[in-house]
Design a protein around this ligand. Structure first.
Ligand code: AMP
Ligand code: MG
Length: 362
């Protein structure tokens, strides 16, 4: 189980079918057996691929940290099959958590609640709260229900690197560090879940994600606060400034054409995540400078879906720099802006900051 390269098994389940096809059921059985034995299985979810282990098995959870090279201070999200399972993992189930999960589950919404004693310290980084989510992906809910146990599952990539949105990304990043990869196709949301702290008098967004502050506020009937960067790191351990980064240095710049020309003059080749592919300046630049122009969607959800896959693809092209047009200031773009901020921090922070424990020896 340790060093062989993992199998990748497709797990199709057509919407029209109540039960999964036979091959998918066989993959499910294999995943259940591996997880029950303390193994690591990469799973498709609607956000990004997860690296799953049984959340109440401290040894298996330890393997997640080793496989990712993840800092012990960075807590994991626990995935459940339904709200009943979530309640069993909470010392207290605040009415706010009930209200939010009744509406947004299954889906890309994580609630932070007081932790039950059954959750190992490693999962919560020693804290007294636990982050819980019920994923939309039908196959994963079936997997958790069949197992009868919750799954701790951070993104299935080496720490601080880009999150995977395809099974191929997982294989490239983790290889033999994972026991099995389940292939559910490309992820629909493409970025990590929204994390909401439900332990205080009012909900607070700790990490922006596919469910926006505006959407949550509209549902709850009052505006929802989002923690600013510094406070967010304190409230949500593991929210590192540098995160989600491609290997190629990434810059968010207001005048991308100017920056790309400057790079070209220095003999450096850029990729460009471009929000105005039809603009004349874009066309003339594409014709004159050595640049890979990637037209990005003007709608924030579509942009998020494509973001990591685009960065993974550019990372393979041996470019010197990835230049990114700033996303609009609108709140609907909060999650995309957050991921781009963190990806660009990689290029500006020092090596000492970058590698603080994240590439821990295995
Ligand atoms: P991921 O790396 O996508 O699995 O998400 C894990 C992130 O969720 C952590 O880095 C934290 O930001 C957040 N998180 C997990 N558990 C907690 C918790 N108990 N309290 C606050 N934030 C948490
Ligand atoms: Mg991650």
């Amino acid at each position: 189980m340790e060093h062989a390269l993992p199998d990748t098994l497709p797990v199709p389940w057509p919407d029209s079918a109540v039960e999964p096809p036979e091959a998918t059921r066989a993959a499910l059985d294999r995943a259940v057996a591996l997880l029950a034995g303390g193994g690591l299985v990469a799973i498709p979810t609607e956000t990004v691929y997860g690296l799953a282990a049984v959340a109440v098995d401290a040894t298996a959870v330890g393997r997640i940290f080793t496989a990712k090279g993840r800092q012990a201070a960075n807590p994991l999200i626990v995935h459940v099959a339904d709200t009943a399972m979530a309640r069993g993992l909470a010392a207290e189930w605040p009415p706010m958590a009930e209200q939010i999960t009744a509406h947004f589950w299954p889906g890309p919404m994580t609630v932070v609640v007081p932790r039950a004693p059954s959750i190992p310290d490693a999962v919560t980084a020693g804290g007294d709260t636990v982050a819980l989510r019920c994923p939309a992906h039908r196959f994963i809910r079936r997997l958790i229900a069949t197992l009868g146990l919750p799954l701790a599952a951070p993104s299935a990539n080496r720490s601080l690197r880009l999150s995977p949105t395809t099974a191929g990304h997982v294989y490239e990043s983790l290889g033999a560090r994972v026991d099995l990869i389940l292939d559910g196709g490309p992820c629909a949301a493409g970025i990590e879940s929204t994390v909401v702290d439900c332990t205080g008098p009012d909900p607070v967004i700790l990490r922006p994600g596919p469910v926006t502050a505006e959407e949550l506020g509209r549902f709850l009937g009052s505006p929802v606060a989002s923690v600013a960067d510094a406070a967010g790191v304190a409230r949500s351990p593991g929210r590192l400034r540098r995160h989600y980064a491609p290997r190629t240095p990434l810059e968010v710049v207001t005048d991308a054409p100017r920056r790309i020309r400057q790079l070209a003059r220095a003999g450096r080749r850029a990729g460009w995540l471009c929000l105005q592919p039809e603009a004349p300046v874009t066309r003339s630049l594409a014709a004159t400078a050595d640049v890979v122009v990637v037209p990005m969607p003007a709608e924030p959800r579509d942009y998020a879906t494509r973001l990591y896959a685009t960065l993974h693809a550019l990372d393979r092209r041996s470019l010197d720099t990835i230049v990114v047009d700033p996303p609009p200031a609108d709140g609907a773009w909060d999650a995309v802006r957050d991921r781009l901020d963190r990806a660009s921090a990689a290029a500006t922070e020092t090596d000492a900051d970058e590698d603080s424990g994240a590439e821990a020896p295995e």
